[in-house]
Unconditional design. Structure first.
Length: 423
């Protein structure tokens, strides 16, 4: 076929394709194909190509306007589409860049929050809570010291007579009340300080989160915050020492009243099992907390935290720096903290924590228990000594670790931290 085309002398021009096509085909005398032993001949020479060309030209002439308009519309649509596609790509790329930028800011905020939160937690665990525990040990030894009464019992040992017997009975009654008051006070204060320290950390964490989101992450680590200064953070954390400094005397007085009411039916020769001891401790703590009673004689939150920042400033007026501080933010922190401590959820967490503490105390005493029961008089020295492990340094305190790892306690603080205040 190529040889026939080479022999045919003609020229094809693109603008005149309709004229050139019949000339091309007419110069081909005959095409012969053989497929599977079948011969096919196509005599293009006999076809009226002029008539066909005129028909095509007439068709083009009659529909030329429509074709041109259609092509124009299609071209315009394609052009508009390309413009729209370019704009869409530009917007998409911009949104992707903004998303990446926001993600980077969020990561930076999260990283800064974690660092700040860890710093607050470290200060609370290594400074605030250990110092408060140390102060409580000193106050407990000062306020609930049994040495005098035990020495008097030793002095009157062997004496006879009604007066000596009466004196010994009164001394034993005081030892009984003081021993259980000392143990119950130690357990309650250890529990409340541990929980209160975590409340402080989570409330500060919430405020740090709000500050960071308001600043869109522009606030760098180490910068002073107008909303919450370092001095106010420090002053708020030091309120953990309020219990041992200002609330301890009232706490001991009311705890002693609860112990006296529960122990007045317990005789010194009563046989105590570990289960009885457990029930007695829970009865004392429930009475002190007002569990199951509609009569509330006092608000135990007042032992832990002042009502207002102004009241706290008056109590600590010896500190010249505190008198010059703006207590607006501290007032808000104290108000939020009191609201948390007064909530029913926190009270439930306290009850669970106290029960866990009592269970651990009883389990520890069971190891040294000889026999199933023991007279109450012989049990009192061991009860009085319970304050030692309860108020041990937090880093080595198994009771503190028990409370921190309790699922109910962790869940409460998760909800507390997530409860971001709304504007």
């Amino acid at each position: 076929m190529l040889s026939l085309l080479e022999k045919s002398k003609f020229t094809i021009e693109i603008p005149n394709i309709l004229h050139a096509l019949p000339i091309l085909l007419q110069n081909i005398p005959k095409l012969h194909f053989q497929i599977n032993n079948y011969n096919f001949d196509y005599p293009f020479r006999d076809f009226d190509w002029d008539k066909a060309r005129r028909a095509l030209m007439a068709l083009w002439g009659s529909h030329k306007r429509k074709v041109m308009i259609s092509l124009g519309v299609l071209g315009s649509g394609y052009f508009v589409y390309k413009i729209y596609d370019g704009y869409r790509r530009k917007i998409t790329n911009k949104e992707i860049m903004e998303f990446d930028a926001d993600k980077a800011v969020d990561e930076a905020i999260r990283s800064q929050l974690e660092t700040l939160f860890e710093n607050i937690q470290r200060i609370s665990d290594t400074i605030t809570l250990p110092y408060a525990m140390h102060s409580l040990r000193d106050r407990l030894s000062e306020k609930l010291d049994l040495t005098y009464f035990m020495e008097k019992l030793m002095q009157t040992k062997g004496e006879t007579g009604i007066r000596a017997a009466t004196e010994r009975f009164e001394l034993w009654e005081k030892v009984k009340v003081l021993s259980f008051t000392r143990a119950a006070t130690s357990l309650w204060t250890m529990t409340m300080l541990t929980l209160y320290a975590r409340v402080q950390v989570n409330i500060l964490g919430r405020h740090l989160y709000v500050e960071m989101t308001r600043s869109d992450g522009s606030q760098l680590l180490g910068e002073e915050s107008d909303a919450l200064s370092k001095i106010e953070k420090q002053e708020y954390l030091t309120t953990a020492d309020y219990l041992s400094t200002y609330g301890f005397n009232s706490l001991v007085m009311n705890m002693r009243n609860a112990v006296s009411q529960v122990m007045k039916t317990k005789q010194l020769n009563s046989q105590f099992s570990m289960e009885t001891l457990q029930e007695t401790m829970m009865e004392i703590l429930d009475l002190f907390m007002g569990v199951g009673s509609d009569l509330v004689l006092f608000n135990w939150v007042d032992y832990i935290l002042p009502e207002t920042a102004a009241q706290y400033r008056e109590m600590s007026s010896a500190d010249d720096a505190s008198t010059l501080m703006d207590f607006t933010k501290l007032e808000q922190l104290i108000s939020e903290t009191r609201a948390v401590l007064s909530s029913s959820d926190f009270k439930t967490v306290v009850e669970i924590s106290l029960r866990k503490g009592v269970d651990l105390l009883v389990d520890a005493m069971k190891g040294a228990q000889i026999g199933d029961v023991i007279p109450l008089a012989k049990l009192l020295p061991r009860v009085a000594q319970l304050s030692t492990p309860l108020l041990e340094e937090p880093a080595h305190n198994k009771f503190v670790k028990l409370l921190r790892n309790a699922p109910e306690v962790q869940l409460f603080y998760t909800f507390l931290y997530a409860n971001i205040p709304r504007e």
